[in-house]
Design a protein around this ligand. Structure first.
Ligand SMILES: [Zn+2]
Length: 248
């Protein structure tokens, strides 16, 4: 069973400290309560991290020890798998790749920071970039614009849409170059809805990577689309449970 529980989680204790979607969940011992109710061992995992493990176990990163998943959806999620294990960090909160600062005084992000990768490389970021590029006067006319319409416009050759997608690819490339220099992964896997626009952004992404990351790790790192799509989180949750059982 896979259920999403967004918020701050103490991974090792299985406690949900705070959850914006479930305001009543304050310091809820979710793992213990589920174990009591289900009478089976339960592992709690962040959905983006689980998706990374899923792609590494049975998806695009199969047979690869160290890879990083970026999920470009409404926001930008991420998960880091090093030597076959999710890198949890001291508080179980590592892998927040979408909140890497790219522009110090950039767009205000919901996380409290400004200029986060998520504000430029997500579906929402693409729509905002397009609106800005078309000029403020037209904003009201573009209020229902979707990212899919922008991809279509770019494929139809509309110059502004094409440039917006190239700029998005550049921002993604800057973020990935940072990841390559820090982690030297074998592979970067890109998932989420924005993956549908692969051909419109990936050239600019590669350009930035080659410009900014060290040559040897930059050339080694494969940049590939995800294979499991929405199932990655569920598959990864199963992988996490298996790892837990095998480590006991
Ligand atoms: Zn942020």
């Amino acid at each position: 069973m896979s259920r999403r529980a967004p918020g701050v989680i103490l991974m090792d204790k299985g406690v949900v400290v705070k959850s914006p979607n479930f305001p009543d969940w304050n310091n809820l011992p979710l793992r213990d309560e589920l174990e009591t109710a289900l009478r089976i061992p339960v592992v709690i995992e962040n959905d983006a991290n689980a998706a990374a493990l899923g792609e590494q176990w049975r998806g695009a990163g199969r047979g690869i020890n160290s890879m990083i998943l970026l999920t470009l959806g409404t926001g930008v999620g991420g998960g880091i798998v090093l030597d076959n294990k999710i890198w949890q960090g001291a508080d179980g909160m590592a892998g927040e790749i979408g909140h890497m600062t790219l522009i110090p005084d950039g767009r205000q992000c919901g996380c409290g920071n400004s200029g986060c990768l998520e504000m430029y490389a997500s579906a929402r970021g693409i729509v905002q970039s397009y609106r800005e590029a078309r000029g403020m006067l037209e904003v009201h006319q573009l209020s229902d614009m979707t990212s899919a319409q922008i991809y279509q416009a770019a494929r139809n050759g509309e110059p502004i849409a094409r440039q917006v997608m190239k700029d998005m690819g550049s921002m993604l490339g800057i973020g990935i170059a940072n990841l390559i220099n820090i982690f030297n992964p074998n592979m970067i896997v890109i998932g989420g809805g924005v993956k549908d626009a692969w051909d419109l952004f990936i050239g600019s992404t590669h350009e930035e990577i080659m410009k900014r990351a060290f040559q040897v790790p930059a050339e080694r790192t494969e940049i590939v689309p995800s294979l499991l799509g929405d199932d990655a989180g569920m598959v990864g949750a199963a992988a996490g449970a298996l790892q837990k059982i095998q480590s006991v």
